[in-house]
Write a protein that binds this ligand. Structure first.
Ligand code: AMP
Ligand code: FE
Ligand code: FE
Ligand code: ZN
Length: 274
């Protein structure tokens, strides 16, 4: 049997492994196929592919796009996208800049709460990556404002926290169109987060093709529920660990392994869609 982990981050976004380290760890974990799904960037993919060739592991191009829906974050995964498309790369540059601007908003809110974190403290943790809240949390730990990343999210920058800022995002509609326009397959990431399956139907109407059924935070009940939904509505089933390296040490690469035939189904779907 061949297995895949289709949700992984590198240090091109808020993970800590370089693309090379990630590929080596995937091989060690016994995976035959991985997808790199960094937030709003495809920067790691070519580098990972270069290493993967000699190690006999397959890399599926991927991305995890942060969207805004009614003032909440929704993440849409784009698989098998054309990661070299000039139009795609240009659009992603804008998202990267938006993320930088958002960090100033978050640090301003933190400053107003008496936490004197500077935007530059966050940028130095991110080191050129698409910058996000996990970098803010790590910078807060480094500077001694909180003890753990979890504490930073729980007290300050979680979705309902006093220093949360959404920044400008794609809508799910724009993200799905963007993925489809670049030859990709759009999949709803960690669907438990949206708490409302009506939204899944809405997104299906916009071109969503799959659900990330297998995910560390999903209970067996949720897995069964999403499997049923996928079967009933002819949606692809995907899954992955959402490993971020040492930024979330409890989530290990390969902790979610899905059978490779789900990857084959995804490839068939891409052919049908294009
Ligand atoms: P952003 O894209 O900047 O809004 O950040 C979202 C990312 O923050 C997610 O992909 C996770 O990596 C991380 N994150 C969100 N909530 C938490 C949490 N409660 N604990 C740790 N990391 C989190
Ligand atoms: Fe993340
Ligand atoms: Fe996510
Ligand atoms: Zn993720």
């Amino acid at each position: 049997m061949k297995f895949a982990d289709l949700h992984l981050h590198t240090n091109y976004s808020d993970g800590t492994y370089t693309p090379k380290e990630l590929v080596e760890k995937a091989v060690k974990a016994g995976l035959s196929c991985i997808s790199i799904t960094d937030h709003d960037t495809v920067g790691a993919i070519s580098e990972a592919m270069d290493v993967a060739d000699s190690l006999g592991i397959e890399i599926l191009p991927g991305i995890e796009i942060s969207c805004e829906y009614e003032l909440r974050e929704v993440h849409i995964l784009g698989y098998l996208i054309d990661h070299k498309s000039a139009a795609l790369l240009k659009r992603l540059e804008t998202l990267k800049e938006n993320r930088i601007n958002r960090i100033y908003k978050i640090t301003e809110k933190l400053n107003a709460l008496g936490i004197n974190l500077r935007a530059d403290d966050v940028f130095s943790v991110a080191n050129g990556a698409t910058v996000g809240r996990l970098h803010v949390a790590r910078a807060m730990v480094l500077k001694g404002f909180v003890k753990t990343v979890s504490e930073a999210f729980n007290r300050f920058i979680g979705d309902n926290g006093p220093a949360f800022s959404l920044g400008f995002r794609f809508t799910p509609e724009e993200a799905i169109k963007f993925i489809r326009d670049n030859a990709g397959v759009a999949v709803l990431a960690h669907p438990y987060v949206i708490e409302n399956e009506e939204l899944i139907f809405k997104f299906m109407g916009l071109g969503l093709t799959g659900l990330e059924v297998y995910y560390p935070e999903h209970s067996q009940g949720e897995i069964n529920f999403y499997l049923g939904l996928a079967k009933e509505h002819n949606l692809l089933v995907t899954g992955g660990s959402d490993c971020h390296g040492s930024a979330k040490p409890q989530v290990r690469i390969g902790s979610i392994k899905i059978p490779y035939d789900l990857v084959e189904k995804m490839k068939e779907a891409k052919e049908r869609l294009s």
